[in-house]
Design a protein around this ligand. Structure first.
Ligand SMILES: Cc1cc2nc3c(=O)[nH]c(=O)nc-3n(C[C@H](O)[C@H](O)[C@H](O)COP(=O)(O)O)c2cc1C
Length: 172
């Protein structure tokens, strides 16, 4: 199996982490992977990233998304609509970045979780306030990616999700 196949096939949602810190270098690599994602318009992608390591802030975010509480680090993906050329497809742009980040975490021997925020307005507003966004009209918290070394009992491992019945050839 190539490294790529290994990563894509073993990525799992890792919801609990041990006490080890994630290095700044690894955090940066994960964000860089996010920025390598396809976007609806080259050079006009909406993504921005807020790195949160402060325990109090993580706990506040955890009141909205419980899995954030104990994570060593969380990255809030924020869509800055003003930067976007195609403003209506920001959720697709952000989703592509999020998936790249999850895969890079696996590549680095880490575990990660996509904690959904958008499109629920109330959640977006609450998350926004915690990280310094008072108005979500143009600056929208999309999701929170928690990252850490998997706790005992949690690991990136293969789970077969293939379902042949969902494949259609030529016509649906
Ligand atoms: C849009 C989206 C939102 C998600 N939100 C959450 C969440 O809030 N909490 C959580 O524990 N998992 C969340 N997940 C992770 C899914 O539950 C997980 O990907 C799914 O159960 C499949 O498991 P796997 O990631 O191990 O393949 C989310 C995933 C996506 C794509």
């Amino acid at each position: 199996m190539s490294d790529f196949e290994e990563i894509i096939n073993t990525r799992r949602s890792i919801r609990q982490y041990d006490d080890r810190k994630v290095s700044d270098e690894d955090i940066l690599k994960i964000i860089k992977a996010g920025m390598q994602a396809p976007g609806s318009r080259l050079g006009a992608e909406p993504w921005e990233f807020v790195v949160v390591k402060n325990r109090e802030t993580l706990e506040k975010l955890g009141e909205i998304k419980p899995r954030v509480t104990k994570a060593p680090v969380a990255i809030v993906l924020v869509s800055n609509i003003e930067k976007a050329f195609y403003k209506t497809v920001w959720q697709q742009d952000m989703g592509a970045a999020a998936e790249n980040m999850l895969l890079e975490a696996v590549n680095l021997g880490l575990g990660a979780l996509w904690n959904g925020v958008a499109p629920t307005e109330e959640r977006m507003e609450k998350v926004g306030k915690i990280i310094g966004i008072d108005d979500i009209t143009d600056t929208k918290p999309y999701c929170i990616i928690t990252i850490g070394y998997p706790a005992d009992g949690w690991e990136n491992k293969f789970m077969d999700k293939f379902d042949e019945e969902r494949i259609h050839y030529e016509k649906y």
